[in-house]
Design a protein around this ligand. Structure first.
Ligand code: KMH
Ligand code: ZN
Length: 273
């Protein structure tokens, strides 16, 4: 079977200590959990920033502090989120690309997000993509729904593939309002991806295991982390991000999918550090 790389998403924009006291919110906590996740087998880190109160923040200083900490202490591929939180402005989200991480997330359409709307109108998606092309930042195309995959095709038809020569997509499944985290939905989304695309998937909450097991069977890469999952099982809260990476590595071994380190992941994604 083909190799697999594991992305860790240590903290999103939505959860706090009340939801799970193990979630890292401050830069030093995020860096420490990134270090432990790399030791466990992750090779790419998807980063969100929080302010001192723990709220989502796209502040340049905070993101730079996390990015530098991760670079200093790990060899992880660094990806900054341009999704931020549902209340973050388009301009703040655009500005993230200027920090020139190796990769940025790029969500390919709007989606109901619980009781909120995660807004990604096409002109904004296009602006983000053009900024990534200009800054030599590899986009990770986030698809929360089949319509987002259609928008990805529209984007690539108009502007061509990323300069790195790799189209890498992440299927985000099980968000309340997006596609469900089921094997059937995963098969449907994967069938629509651009030919030759690299892809990973993540299942939010309880959909994490069905999505992970189906992804391993289909040859995709994995994303895990406390951005997406706060309970390890019905009765057990997640301890920390490394615990989720440990489980992903164990399942990859069972599936006989060798786990790639950061160097091999960079090679696969057309990146050079
Ligand atoms: N926090 C969500 C509203 C991304 O990182 O690019 C958006 C999100 C996607 O997490
Ligand atoms: Zn995110």
């Amino acid at each position: 079977m083909s190799e697999v790389f594991i992305t860790v998403a240590p903290t999103g924009a939505e959860s706090g200590y009340d939801d799970n006291p193990g979630i890292p919110l401050q830069p030093d906590e995020i860096v420490a959990q990134a270090v432990a996740s790399e030791r466990a087998g992750a090779s790419l880190v998807h980063i969100h920033g929080r302010d001192r109160s723990g709220a989502s923040s796209l502040d340049r200083g905070i993101l730079t502090e996390i990015m530098h900490g991760v670079r200093e202490h790990t060899d992880l591929v660094v990806q900054l989120s341009t999704g931020g939180g549902v209340r973050d402005s388009f301009e703040d989200r655009m500005a993230v690309v200027g920090l020139q991480p190796e990769s940025c997330s790029l969500t390919c359409g709007s989606v109901n997000f619980g009781d909120e709307i995660f807004r990604n109108p096409y002109p904004f998606v296009e602006r983000l993509y053009l900024a990534m092309l200009e800054n030599d930042v590899l986009p990770e195309f986030e698809c929360f729904d089949l319509g987002h995959v259609a928008t990805l095709h529209r984007l690539l038809d108009r502007h061509g593939p990323p300069r790195q020569g790799v189209v890498h997509c992440n299927l985000v499944m099980g968000v309340p309002g997006g596609m469900p985290g089921t094997p059937e939905a995963l098969l449907a989304a994967r069938a629509q991806l651009p030919a030759g695309a690299s892809w990973s998937a993540t299942g939010i909450g309880r959909s994490t295991l069905p999505v992970m097991l189906t992804t391993l069977a289909l040859g995709g890469h994995l994303r895990v982390g406390m951005e997406d999952v706060l309970r390890f099982s019905r009765d057990e809260p997640v301890r920390d991000n490394a615990q989720l990476v440990d489980r992903a590595v164990a399942l990859a071994r069972i599936a006989q999918r060798p786990v790639l380190d950061s160097t091999a992941t960079r090679a696969l994604l057309g990146l050079s550090r």
